[in-house]
Write a protein that binds this ligand. Structure first.
Ligand code: ATP
Length: 442
């Protein structure tokens, strides 16, 4: 095991096409990132596993894809227009900008080292404002959503009346959110454009106290059992009175041990009926739920699970990264992704290009495409090709050699153990699926 640093992750991501800085050829845009060929597949895999876990596997959770642009009254009702602010200070000497709650204002400036140079803190709204229509005035101001949750609240009644769900039930959504973050360090951990995976669970007031621990347990289990994250890299943090939103009953964050330390990955929050009540007040529309069995009418309470998808990508990379001493003086960089998270599942490699091996391997790779994300590589020595796949976290390599041509068997190499077994081509798909099902994180 080696130390995982952010520099190593950033460099690997760039070198192998996981993540690039946005607009790099123009000097880059802070807080914005592009997901390259491997990065987008990794992100989609995490998203799909989350969606399956939180939507498909339940009969009382339904999906939604609300628009990013919403009526500006939404953000007045939610409190974002008046309260979604961070306190900001500038160093008068070097002009660096900081979040006042993240530094010690009596200490020297962390960038230039001068003392007593900070401006007084002033509040800064994190929402990106833009205008809709041709007129640029206050009436045309709208915001890029800073969270996906409000789209769910605003559509609450539409979903109830159209999809036959009954309280308790959930609505899930995955999508982009935007925050004009004052400090955007630590790579994709905190960016201005990011993706969230959220579920709002609507339940009868009072029952939230049972659902809250239930969803906390579900969410932690997802990371350990479905994404294969090391349990010792995950922990709970309960919000203290100074962190808790005034309307929230209770709030816990799942924290992950990122290269820069323990930081929030997902929030599980008990939000009472605050949001629906606010929307009822501001829209004048009835947001109550009529229980069809008891005829009770109430505004449901909400338990929210709110995870950052792009922050999950950083977690998956940090948790998987390792540099292993294979033999004296020989170190391999390897990403120990869970096979369902890995951007490439199977690499097919002919031992050599000649004598029909390349043709056989290429045909086999085409056949496997229907089942797995595959990759074909015929360049360089076989050992080097294995290492390239280790570095991007491919769990299985299939090698076609001379014996394959006569007996239709191939070598199946496992990334974590580097163990190699001989498998008939006819059993390859089943063998890989079985190994994926039984996968245990090293
Ligand atoms: P912080 O206090 O770190 O600014 P937050 O508590 O405001 O974050 P939430 O509003 O609870 O965060 O957002 C839910 C989740 O969305 C977070 O747990 C995180 O994973 C993700 N998230 C929030 N802001 C960002 C961002 N700027 N970049 C990437 N992911 C983010």
């Amino acid at each position: 095991m080696s130390e995982v640093t952010m520099d190593k992750i950033v460099s690997l991501c760039r070198r192998r096409g996981f993540i690039f800085q946005s607009s790099e050829i123009y000097g880059g845009l802070n807080g914005a990132y592009d997901y390259g060929p491997l990065g987008v597949q990794l992100k989609n895999n995490i998203r799909d596993l989350w969606w399956k876990e939180m939507t498909q596997l339940h009969d009382n959770i339904v999906g939604l894809d609300a628009s990013i642009l919403m009526h500006s009254r939404v953000w007045e009702a939610s409190g974002h227009v008046s309260n979604f602010t961070d306190p900001m200070v500038d160093c008068k000497q070097c002009k660096s900008r900081f979040r006042a709650d993240q530094i010690d204002l009596n200490a020297p400036c962390p960038v230039c080292g001068n003392r007593g140079t900070f401006t007084a803190p002033r509040n800064f709204n994190l929402m990106f404002a833009t205008h809709i229509g041709a007129d640029v005035d206050a009436a045309s101001t709208i915001y890029l959503r800073p969270e996906t949750a409000q789209g769910i609240y605003v559509d609450f009644k539409n979903v109830v009346s159209s999809s036959r769900v009954k309280v308790p039930f959930g609505i899930t959504q995955v999508g982009k959110s935007f925050r004009n973050e004052i400090t955007t360090k630590n790579f994709i951990f905190r960016s201005c454009e990011f993706e969230q995976m959220e579920m709002q669970w609507f339940c009868k007031p009072g029952t939230d106290e049972q659902w809250f621990p239930y969803w906390r347990e579900q969410r932690m289990n997802f990371y350990v059992n479905k994404l294969g994250i090391h349990p010792e890299h995950l922990r709970w943090h309960q919000h203290g009175p100074d962190e808790l939103a005034f309307y929230a009953k209770d709030a816990y964050d799942i924290q992950f041990l990122f290269p820069m330390g323990w930081q929030e990955l997902e929030g599980v929050h008990s939000r009472t009926d605050y949001d629906l009540t606010q929307h009822q007040k501001f829209s004048g529309k009835d947001m109550t739920y009529l229980d069809p069995e008891t005829n009770e009418k109430y505004i449901p309470y909400v338990v929210e699970t709110s995870a950052g998808l792009t922050r999950n990508v950083l977690m998956a990379l940090s948790d998987a990264y390792d540099e292993e001493q294979v033999e004296e003086g020989d170190v391999r960089t390897v990403l120990h992704f869970h096979p369902l998270v890995a951007p490439v599942t199977v690499a097919v490699l002919p031992l050599v290009k000649k004598d029909g091996l390349a043709e056989y391997a290429s045909k086999l790779e085409h056949e496997l495409r229907d089942e797995f994300v595959t990759f074909y590589d015929q360049s360089a020595a076989i050992g080097r090709r294995y290492r390239r796949q280790d570095e991007i976290g491919t769990p299985y390599c299939v090698t076609v050699d001379y014996d394959t041509l006569t007996d239709n068997t191939v070598t199946l190499r496992f990334r974590d153990s580097m163990e190699q077994v001989r498998v008939p081509v006819s059993e390859l798909v089943a063998t890989i699926k079985k190994a994926t099902k039984e996968y245990k994180r090293v």
